[in-house]
Design a protein. Structure first.
Length: 156
């Protein structure tokens, strides 16, 4: 059965390793959004979390209007940044740990369709050691990023 002409709900795709301290920011944001959905506070949005972006995620983006990638950042603006993502050729030699732009490019190549509008929400983290818990600073940044994204998703 073809998906041609069927537009899927918006997608929030978060990456991160919950066992590595602040790297859990992406999956934790997905958990917060799931709570909002269960409470009926968020419209039709598909939510997906994984350890890292993979080539297969291109298929999750088919026929979407908007995809929001979420990841933790070890450096950069506090509490978060929210930037437009464009398709880009991946300079890497494997299909593991791809960039959001590279996954959009794969969608163009494989599905022969224009990629959806895409944004990257990077939440500033501070500690990424294996076995560590979420830092208090990162928790505060998560709250602010979550509020921002919920406002966006409700208006989209």
């Amino acid at each position: 059965m073809s998906n041609a002409g069927k537009v899927k709900p918006l997608l929030v795709l978060a990456c991160g390793n919950p066992s590595r301290g602040d790297d859990a920011l992406g999956p934790l944001l997905i958990e917060r959004l799931e709570e909002c959905q269960r409470a009926g506070e968020l419209g039709q949005v598909d939510l997906l979390a994984d350890y890292q972006l993979q080539i297969e995620h291109a298929l999750d983006m088919q026929t979407r209007k908007l995809v929001v990638f979420v990841d933790a950042a070890a450096a950069g603006p506090e509490p978060f940044s929210f930037e437009t993502v464009q398709p880009e050729k991946d300079a890497g030699y494997t299909t593991h740990a791809m960039t959001p732009g590279a996954v959009l490019r794969v969608l163009e190549q494989v599905a022969h369709e224009d990629p959806p509008a895409a944004r990257l929400l990077t939440i500033r983290g501070y500690g990424f050691d294996l076995g560590s818990s979420l830092s208090e600073e990162a928790r505060e940044n998560l709250e602010k990023a979550c509020e921002h994204l919920i406002r966006l998703l409700r208006s989209a």
